[in-house]
Design a protein around this ligand. Structure first.
Ligand SMILES: NC(=O)c1ccc[n+]([C@@H]2O[C@H](COP(=O)([O-])OP(=O)(O)OC[C@H]3O[C@@H](n4cnc5c(N)ncnc54)[C@H](O)[C@@H]3O)[C@@H](O)[C@H]2O)c1
Length: 459
């Protein structure tokens, strides 16, 4: 029988009864990024953007053009086509620079977005902090052990300057709910996390001029890149650390360059094991020759996801979808003890879940509250029923990428460093995981996190 394709909540709202849909949709529209246009005088952070290549252009076009907390006044790129395209995309008539130091010299620039290749993150971030700018830098925050120590020191010396790393899952409601469920013990004691990012793609970008190979395809060369570990695993290493709630003790792994024999020197497949002081473990893989995602709860989602296993349940999660499962053995035991009808608290929401059945994590919008009208309540019940049948999936109303950028500009504007979720500590621990994983694979041994104390420091 053909599978029914899940429909999103938005689609459902569109096809629901007109009066009900209008009532509920009006709330969603009010929260929609596209029309957030209320602007207080002097409330804009003036920012510069350095390195608007593929990632930068996406952040600009999809999100920054819709965020009123900041205004782009300057753009810098060494590659003229990207510079010109970015200045046009952002639409604020920014000044254009080829040398980032000229951009940093501008007094009116309060903050910078840095989306250059990994090997340039630290030198540009360092100069930006020394010039007194707040920094949003893409992951992985730093590339080498000496940069890890250097950034730590710079931050200690300039504690008022904010640093945020581009780990957008830190701004996802699904991940927040998962973390809350875990802390409340909903899936018992966590013992293992599994994660994968499996692709069936090459990574090679086409060139118009062969001499630009290393400039355009920097990702494929160790001189400039941390490979799959930095580009993909970094997101999920942060998830494992966050859900487990510890920093790893050591990492071990194997990497290979077995398929793409085209001159690149990074691994095209990696397998990693992280062991935490409590004995909890995170097992990770990233390959480039097969994209199948085997987690049943994440059916329909592409390439990447994580599975968090506890003694009483499992959470399967990715950007855009999350399911949880009660552990049948535990559920049966509770049923025997006469607790079959108990409510299971998931974050701020409550639902009754049958053992073995997966159930989506419910976002706050799906919560039934006292203030709901009859129609709102009916619609929520209907949605939840459709979720439970797998014909509709809950959807985050705000894209975590939009949320991370808006939050950064608001933190700078309101001088609220404490509100940065993907902060410098998160970014440093995450890039430490990346560096040590690569070392573990290169040297074929366990690499202890404590080794960083002696790595990259002058002796
Ligand atoms: N958070 C995410 O999900 C995510 C996704 C994709 C990429 N990234 C990260 O974003 C960063 C950039 O990746 P990308 O794919 O956009 O790379 P890219 O090569 O497409 O873009 C990098 C840009 O930086 C420019 N550049 C290089 N040297 C420069 C210099 N000295 N001064 C100014 N500009 C310079 C390049 O010309 C290019 O336009 C990487 O660190 C990557 O890991 C993050």
């Amino acid at each position: 029988m053909a599978e029914k394709s899940p429909v999103s909540r938005r689609t459902f709202v569109q096809t629901a009864g007109v009066a009900t849909a209008a009532a509920v949709a009006s709330k969603y529209v009010a929260a929609s990024p596209a029309i957030l246009k209320v602007k207080a005088a002097g409330a804009e952070v003036k920012y510069g953007f350095i390195g608007p290549g593929s990632r930068g252009a996406r952040l600009m076009e999809r999100h920054l053009t819709k965020i009123d907390a900041g205004r782009c006044v300057a753009v810098c790129d060494v590659y003229q086509p990207n510079l010109d395209a970015a200045a046009k995309k952002i639409g604020t008539n920014p000044d254009k620079y080829n040398d980032y130091r000229e951009l940093l010299a501008r007094k009116d620039v309060e903050a910078v977005f840095i989306t250059v290749p990994l090997y340039l993150h630290y030198p540009i971030m360092r100069d930006a902090l020394l010039a007194g700018k707040h920094v949003f830098c893409e992951k992985s925050l730093v590339f080498k052990p000496e940069e890890y120590h250097g950034l730590k020191k710079l931050h200690q010396d300039n504690p008022n300057l904010m640093v945020q790393v581009g780990l957008q899952r830190r701004y996802s409601l699904f991940y927040k709910l998962a973390e809350e469920m875990i802390r409340k013990g909903t899936i018992g004691e966590i013992t293992h996390v599994f994660g994968q990012w499996h692709r069936n793609t090459n990574w090679r970008r086409p060139l118009t001029d062969a001499s630009l190979e290393k400039q355009i395809n920097w990702r494929m060369y160790r001189e400039f890149s941390g490979g799959l570990t930095a580009e993909l695993a970094s997101h999920q290493i942060d998830i494992a650390d966050r859900m487990i709630g510890e920093s790893p003790l050591y990492v071990q792994g194997v990497g290979g360059l077995d398929y793409f024999k085209d001159g690149r020197d990074i691994y095209d497949n990696i397998l990693l094991d992280f062991v935490y002081p409590s004995g909890k473990k995170f097992q990770y893989s990233s390959i480039t020759t097969n994209a199948h995602l085997p987690y049943g709860g994440l059916k329909g989602m592409p390439e990447f996801g994580e599975m968090i296993k506890g003694t009483e349940g499992t959470i399967e999660i990715t950007l855009g979808k999350s399911m949880w499962f009660r552990e049948p053995v535990v559920a049966a035991r509770k049923e025997e003890a006469g607790k079959a009808k108990e409510n299971w608290v998931a974050g701020s929401t409550v639902s009754t879940v049958k053992a073995g059945d997966g159930f989506p994590l419910l976002l706050p919008d799906d919560e039934i509250t006292e203030n709901d009208s009859f129609l709102q309540r009916e619609l929520k019940f209907a949605r939840r029923w459709l979720y439970s049948k797998g014909v509709m999936v809950p959807e985050e109303e705000v894209d975590p990428e939009y949320a991370e950028l808006k939050s950064f500009l608001e933190c700078v504007r309101d001088k609220k460093p404490e509100n940065i979720k993907a902060n410098i500590e998160v970014g440093l621990l995450d890039s430490l995981g990346v560096m040590l994983s690569n070392k573990a694979m290169d040297e074929g041994r366990r690499v202890y996190y404590a080794e960083i104390d002696k790595m990259g420091v002058a002796t």
